[in-house]
Design a protein around this ligand. Structure first.
Ligand code: 8Y4
Length: 275
């Protein structure tokens, strides 16, 4: 064991992605398998995830909307199958009824890609639950958001949007310490918008909230590196995670927990070294 005392900053928390849709975890056919999703989630936990982000609704442009019942039938068994791990469990949903069922099943964190703008009942629910919530920026319509997104100044506009969402949360009784902000990489952004937002992470921290960065395997990494297969974007994703850690991200949402954790451990050891 090393004798030096670790005093410097800790690395960001790792949020492992558990995408519980029929195309991610099937029983070999067209049916969603909760067992396969739970096995994957438990592996992410063993690999060092601090938070598991469990979501049942696809955010792909043009994906079909699903009902509350369908969404619950996907996510609830997976939450129940992970709650004994003692990790934070994040419910990735825009619907208050799904959030509420997830919290009853053991979720301890709300991740809403609509920043609580999709469901008018979500704000009050989160205020009374007392749970932390991630507010992510996205352009309004998921179907069209990637059709030539334009901003005068992407950093200023995303900052202003998040500031407004924080104010609405605080007005509803959600404490600022419970709010996590996220620039929403890939949600209505070009490659250059994504790069500018990652570079501007310290600006988002200045809002007085923790910051979440979700860039893992996203298409801008594929466009920059020429890697068309999302599963082959691990190295590029780890590089973004390290840049994000250096820039002050508090939570990194990633598919590749083991790889990201190893990279962060080395970054942290160097960052904290003082010999
Ligand atoms: C390969 C695999 C390529 C997945 C792209 C993707 C974020 C998020 C998503 C995010 C927060 C995704 C639910 C998109 N991204 N939540 N959710 N922040 N807070 N695409 O960046 O991972 S889904």
């Amino acid at each position: 064991m090393r004798e030096t005392v670790q005093t410097g900053r800790k690395h960001p928390r790792i949020m492992g992605i558990v995408n519980v849709t029929p195309d991610s975890f099937s029983d070999g056919g067209k049916h969603f398998s909760a067992g396969a999703a739970i096995r994957h989630a438990r592996k992410l936990a063993a690999n060092g995830a601090d938070i598991l982000d469990i979501g049942g609704e696809s955010t792909r442009p043009g994906a079909d909307a699903i009902s509350v019942d369908e969404e619950c039938s996907r996510v609830i068994p997976v939450i129940e199958g992970c709650r004994d791990l003692g990790l934070d469990i994040s419910i990735d949903s825009r619907k208050k009824d799904v959030m509420a069922a997830a919290v009853t099943a053991g979720a301890t964190f709300i991740n809403d890609v609509s920043a609580l703008s999709y469901d008018p009942n979500s704000l009050d629910f989160i205020a009374q639950s007392g749970l932390p919530v991630c507010l992510m920026h996205s352009l309004a319509d998921p179907k069209t958001m990637q059709d030539n997104p334009t901003y005068e100044d992407v950093v200023a506009e995303v900052t202003a949007y998040l500031k407004d969402r924080i104010a609405r949360c605080e007005a509803a009784g959600i404490a600022r310490e419970k709010i996590i902000v996220d620039p929403g990489i890939g949600f209505g952004k070009t490659i250059d918008h994504n790069l500018a937002l990652i570079k501007a992470l310290p600006t988002f921290r200045a809002l007085g909230c923790d910051v979440l960065l979700g860039a893992s395997r996203k298409s801008f990494i594929g466009r920059i590196t020429g890697e068309s297969e999302a599963e082959n974007r691990v190295f590029g994703s780890v590089a973004v995670a390290l840049y994000g850690a250096q820039a002050g991200a508090d939570i990194l949402r990633v598919h590749d927990v083991l790889e990201t954790r190893q990279a962060l451990q080395m970054w942290q050891a160097i960052d904290n070294a003082s010999f």
